[in-house]
Design a protein around this ligand. Structure first.
Ligand code: SF4
Length: 322
């Protein structure tokens, strides 16, 4: 614990947003990156608890108190190394994770929690800014080949781990670009796609072969996969929505959230859709399910925010679900 009184002397400072007048003109990231010195200050609020519930709550088990301490002391390189032990894509989780760590932060019991997610983002962006995250040449290859099916977060993490272990990895993706839900499910204003491309480019240099536009099992037969590779890792996502069998379900204007988001992301990327295929929330009032993804235009902040950013005239929530 770097500063025993950090949490007493400093208040939590949350994210800073780009000026509204600027960000309404584009779909770029709305949050401005924090300065390194601000991150060091905020990291000093970590109490380095004996039982770090943040670490326990983090789905990938990040060593949060440890890297907070390293950041506070300005040991950015060590913090980056420690972060890389548990996280293949901190630049993504640092931007879009729901930060269960912060909900579990002990300081949050009687004060505002430590800004763990932003600290995580600061570490990885420090790494990119200072060219510390570059491709690593492999000293030894195992001679084994692995096919990874799906290039969402799990597929990419698996590919990176397997590649680091020395196996020859090929990632199959049915969409035209790599990233799965990271590319097509998350709006650019939360996760710009150049962030994803930056990491994928490094992995390509490290030897991972990406095969977008190939639906494994259909375009590339399963039998061939089994013959050509020593192992196959299935990392497909779930694009199958849960439907709701209620009266009025078939009325016009009711869409699954992912259909809407995927099309919106493609449109932001310059793709055009004919009017009969277009799902456009502009000037519409939008009901939304509170938790599920099977009804209305959105089920999470991503969908709601996106609808607001394209000037939907209002969103309101359905109270519950059967
Ligand atoms: S924000 Fe980072 S440290 Fe917190 S729960 Fe998510 S991945 Fe873990």
């Amino acid at each position: 614990m770097g500063d025993p009184k950090g949490f007493l002397n400093l208040k939590r400072v949350t994210v800073e947003y780009r000026p509204v007048c600027e960000r309404v003109k584009d779909y770029k990231h709305v949050v401005a990156l924090r300065t390194d010195s601000k991150s060091q200050e905020q990291a000093s609020r970590c109490m380095d608890c004996g039982t770090p519930f943040c670490h326990w709550a983090c789905p990938i088990g990040n060593y949060i108190p440890e890297w907070n301490d390293l950041v506070f002391h300005g040991h950015w390189v060590q913090a980056l190394e420690l972060l890389a032990v548990t996280n293949n894509l901190p630049e993504v989780t640092g931007r879009v994770c729901s930060a269960l760590c912060e909900y579990s932060c002990v300081l949050g019991i009687n004060d505002d929690p430590v800004t763990c997610r932003e600290n995580e983002l600061s570490i990885v962006e420090y790494g990119f800014k200072n060219k510390l995250i570059v491709f690593r040449a492999h000293k030894k290859r195992t001679g084994k080949t692995v096919a990874v099916i799906g290039s969402g977060p799990s597929g990419l993490a698996a590919a990176d781990q397997l590649n680091q272990a020395g196996h020859k990895v090929m990632v199959f993706e049915r969409d035209e670009k790599i990233g799965g839900i990271l590319r097509f499910g998350i709006p650019d204003f939360k996760l710009e796609k150049n962030i994803l491309d930056r990491r994928v480019n490094i992995w390509e240099q490290e030897g991972i072969v990406f095969k977008p536009g190939i639906n494994a099992g259909k375009d590339y037969p399963a039998q061939k996969l089994l013959e050509k590779f020593d192992a196959v890792v299935l990392c497909g996502g779930s694009r199958m929505p849960r439907d709701l069998k209620i009266e009025g379900r078939n009325l016009a204007g009711i869409h699954f959230a992912m259909d809407y988001l995927m099309q919106s992301n493609r449109r932001v990327n310059g793709e055009k859709f004919s009017s009969d295929k277009l799902i456009d929330a502009k000037d519409k009032r939008l009901p939304a399910d509170e938790r599920g993804s099977w009804f209305g235009f959105y089920h999470s902040r991503g969908h709601g925010d996106h609808c607001r950013r394209i000037s939907a005239s209002g969103t309101f929530r359905l109270a519950g679900r059967s």
